[in-house]
Design a protein around this ligand. Structure first.
Ligand SMILES: [Fe+2]
Ligand SMILES: [Fe+2]
Length: 371
């Protein structure tokens, strides 16, 4: 063991005794000195060296072990002779050789190794993880090092990591399955809502896609964009509660019939109320507000500006745009240019100007409204 360590151990021992108020008779002092001499002896240090359950060694900067304790043999399975006869890098895992050489470089400049890990090959071909603490004696070109076998700890850590990865994969899988099931239910519900006036449900699909594109241009998060894509499909779900006589009437509606038709916004909100998922909560906001006007002259509540949830303002535009550009029983499809002009002319009155601007970006990006 290096001199500083020995003097430190002896000094502490004496101080401890003084601190405990030990008797100061002549006989004791003689015995104390005798014990101190024994503690200072090289054989005492050597016993600790060999008794250590951890691996202790002295190595040279020439890359060879100079002295190793019994734990080296029991841990790695080699004889002392085999370990001393080969450069220690010979036993280091190929992937750890570079880091080991770098750590040796730091030691050669006088730095301590407080914690360093590498893998050593055992006699049976397996590798063991060793954690090192080392300090260099530049004056005699030696390194004093202690190593602990961390293989069990490392294996346990790896097992926990693998278990966590498996659990994360399972959670991801289940989440995807739940999302798929939710999407499927929303799709079916949207088709049910449109079943009487349009069996395919394509209007709600197009409204959802346009709403999602506008939301993305407005900078809404990916999660919000995905939600509006689906939630917008339920905007007219309240039409389930509107009579066929009104919903399918080919001619012009009377004032009472118009009032009845407008109930679909409130009805849709009621159908979707108290939803526990963000999707249903957004769908409720859209169903209730997609006929509100930015200037406060819409229905059912006459909300204006930011009082109307952003999703409602977006779907209001996407809904009208899709209605204009597709055939309906009472009208033919408008051209895309005519629909864009119509939408733009209602910026600030029927529609939120920011939403109109985002819509124009979408139209400009896609080039085709059907894209
Ligand atoms: Fe509607
Ligand atoms: Fe609609």
């Amino acid at each position: 063991m290096p001199p500083p360590l020995k003097s430190s151990m002896a000094g502490n021992d004496k101080n401890d005794r003084k601190g405990k108020g030990a008797p100061k008779g002549e006989a004791f002092i003689e015995g104390d000195q005798q014990q101190a001499t024994e503690l200072d002896s090289a054989s005492f240090g050597a016993q600790f060296f060999d008794l250590s359950l951890d691996m202790c060694c002295v190595a040279g900067f020439d890359g060879y072990f100079k002295k190793i304790n019994a734990a080296f043999e029991s841990t790695l399975g080699y004889s002392k002779g085999e370990l001393l006869a080969n450069p220690f890098l010979h036993f280091v895992h190929p992937d750890d050789v570079g880091a080991t050489i770098a750590e040796m470089g730091k030691l050669s400049e006088g730095a301590l190794t407080l914690y360093f890990e590498n893998r050593y090959r055992c006699k049976n071909g397996e590798y063991k993880w060793l954690a090192w603490k080392s300090f260099p004696y530049q004056s005699n070109g030696l390194i004093y090092a202690l190593a602990r076998d961390m293989t069990l700890v490392k294996n346990a850590e790896q097992a926990i990591r693998s278990q966590n990865e498996w659990l994360e994969a399972q959670v991801k899988l289940r989440t995807t399955e739940l999302e798929d099931a939710q999407d499927e239910i929303v799709n079916r519900l949207a088709i049910a809502g449109e079943f009487r006036d349009e069996e395919t449900g394509e209007h709600t699909i197009r409204v959802g896609e346009m709403a999602a594109r506008i939301a993305a241009v407005l900078g809404m998060s990916g999660d919000q964009v995905r939600l509006i894509l689906l939630a917008a499909r339920l905007h007219d779900i309240g039409k389930i509660g509107v009579s066929d006589l009104i919903l399918l009437k080919p001619g012009k509606l009377t004032n009472d019939e118009i009032a009845d038709m407008r109930r679909h916004a409130t009805l849709g909100g009621r159908m979707l109320s108290n939803g526990r998922t963000p999707l249903l909560q957004m769908a409720e906001r859209i169903a209730v507000t997609h006929h509100e006007w930015f200037d406060g002259t819409g229905y059912p509540a006459g909300l204006a500006g930011d009082e109307i949830p952003i999703e409602g303002r977006i779907v209001a535009l996407a809904d009208v745009f899709d209605a204009l550009t597709n055939d309906r029983p009472y009208k033919s499809a408008w051209t895309q240019d005519a629909a864009i002009t119509e939408i733009s002319s209602h910026s600030g009155t029927q529609f939120d100007p920011r939403v109109v601007d985002a819509f124009l970006v979408v139209v400009g990006e896609t080039g085709s409204l059907a894209a």
